[in-house]
Design a protein around this ligand. Sequence first.
Ligand code: ADP
Ligand code: MG
Length: 728
Amino acid sequence: MTSGDLERPLAGEVGGKTTTALTKAFGMVTVSDLLRHYPRRYAQRGELTDLSTLVEGESVTVLAEIEQVTVRPMKQRRGSIVEAIVTDGKGRLSVTFFNQAWRERELRAGRSGLFSGQVSSFRNKRQLAHPQCLLFPEGVDDDPEATAAFAGVLIPIYPATGSLSSWKIAGAVRMVLDTLGEVADPIPDDLRAAEGLIELTQALRLIHRPADLEDVTAARTRLKFEEAFVLQVVLAQRRQQMMHLSATPRSVIGGPMRTAFDKQLPFVLTAGQDSVSAEIAKDLAGTHPMHRLLQGDVGSGKTIVALRAMLSVVDAGGQAALLAPTEVLAAQHYRSIRALLGPLAERGRLGGADEGTRVALLTGSQRTAQRRVELLDVITGDAGIVVGTHALIQDTVEFRDLALVVVDEQHRFGVEQRAALAAKARDGTRPHVLVMTATPIPRTVAMTVFGDLDISTLSELPAGRTPIATHVISTREQPGHLARAWERVQEEAAQKRRIFVVCPRIGGAGEEDDLDIESGETSISSVLDVAANLARDFPDLRVEMLHGRMSGDEKEDVMARFADISRHDGIDVLVATTVIEVGVDVPDATTMIILDADRFGISQLHQLRGRVGRGSSPGLCLLVTETEGGSPARERLLAVASTTDGFELSKLDLQMRREGDVLGSMQSGRRSSLRLLEVVRDEGIIERARTAAHEVVENDPELILHPALRLAIRALIADEQADFMEKA
Ligand code: ADP
Ligand code: MG
């Protein structure tokens, strides 16, 4: 009996034992789960795998020829080791079996087969220790499994595990495909024709059992487009649902507070800041909630843009909330907003301006009494601007009239959290939402991860910035340079400028980096050690620490003292972990020394470096590393040193990482649905899929005419939710 239902359970198709193995190895439950487990590559019959491409530690399946076989007794125990040396004609790999003397009979020189296991090295030789193997059939009484596995010219090689080989998976796939009926296609016929794509049923057959590489290409092209398309339909539906929500228009052009603020700004807005402000103003005047992403390079002036938007909704009688990912950032936004507003932030207090408002701060570590005061200001509406951490504002705060939510540093803030905020506005309306990213992201990534948002980009930095000079210091090749760097720190401090020293870890007892000790890397700089050493070596410098093990109060206190050098307890040098990575804004900070810089990613380094050179004095960033010249890690550092263009660096960063990491680090979900699509590279596909998705959703919002697409979307959303629940 054939069936085209992909959601039926696997157990009825491939048997209970195989299903259990597939579930255990990959979490597969349905036929779809198995058929969507695509081959990683294809071995060509008669063509051996290039052994020089094997990477130690990876699970591989190679097609190779046996060159020589030896059997020897084990040294420590009873039993024997069978060792086969296999070759691709050039390189060699040792394949060893323990206590399987019978293997000697079948492993004969000249035979070839598939060998599957984890690459390791033993006495400088690369080997697969007790792998699974399947030899190419050569006689009448050969294994039927082998005969089937080698039947095609192209042999699919699946992502496999130690206990579940590629050919076992292939066997299960074959069983399913043999009885697979016509599968309903989520891509509408006309779209499929316009894109020149093959049907789903055919694509599933061809990707698992291709006759030639053209079959593979046709199948992959189609399946890739489907991934992009289904995801874009979900996003288009979300956008459309938001269009049905209503929001209160907040349009006060030339309101008193915003006007007063612009008048007191010490600089001229960039053209980009002006035009993005206009886009936001237009959204705020609408009767549907704004959902806009504001992105721009580090230091491009996103905060001012967001603040002006907040002021205009306050002028219109509403409140604005600013959500930061950490307490340090919330506290800092609070300080800098109050500083920027001056008397405009002190309404009702001595010296406050009548046209102004108040700014409330809400953090988890606040004392109850203080919090009560702030909450009262929020409920009564006396505080027009409320700053806090995501969690806090989401859970407990009641607003008088929440008009605008600004979410800073979005990466950690998903759709679910945004939805949770919706309940905060009045009378069934929704607040407008503006999301700011920490680092710029390439367009297609934005379209995939934030595809349900409109996007505004600040593409220039304010004029008059002296670019940050970045240098890589190798402690191997230039040992003297680090000493020179510490002298530089003293010189800068003597001129009342501030210095960051960044370390990859906090240090001290109980830290979970025993792993590093195991791998011999005991010397990774820690905040505790470096701060102690600096204080000892340079008694004139005022050195403090900032890291995640300090309480919110402690961190705030340190940041305030670092920001204001004129205080008697001011700080010259801040030794910190990446808690300072996002958003920290101290204009007089000119120098940053990043120790063991190779421990950080490209975007992270760029973001860190953005903390200096924000004022008029030139910034200097030193990337200190022990890595070898020419190593990939060193190359990454040189890339960061070579440009200050965040868009360029983020593209490079994403290209160097694996796809799952790209999306995984951005937002929960989404990752599980993308198997073939690469968001950084498949720009054209994503754009076309997006256009098509919008058209479909516009004409058929509930997808009544597209039942197969509706099912695919239901499955995708279920996956995302499962993924989200797992993480939560
Ligand atoms: P980011 O986009 O990284 O959040 P910020 O908004 O923190 O950047 O701005 C960085 C610095 O540049 C701040 O000190 C801010 O006051 C200043 N700034 C913003 N806009 C301008 C401008 N148009 N001209 C000069 N300085 C500006
Ligand atoms: Mg910022």
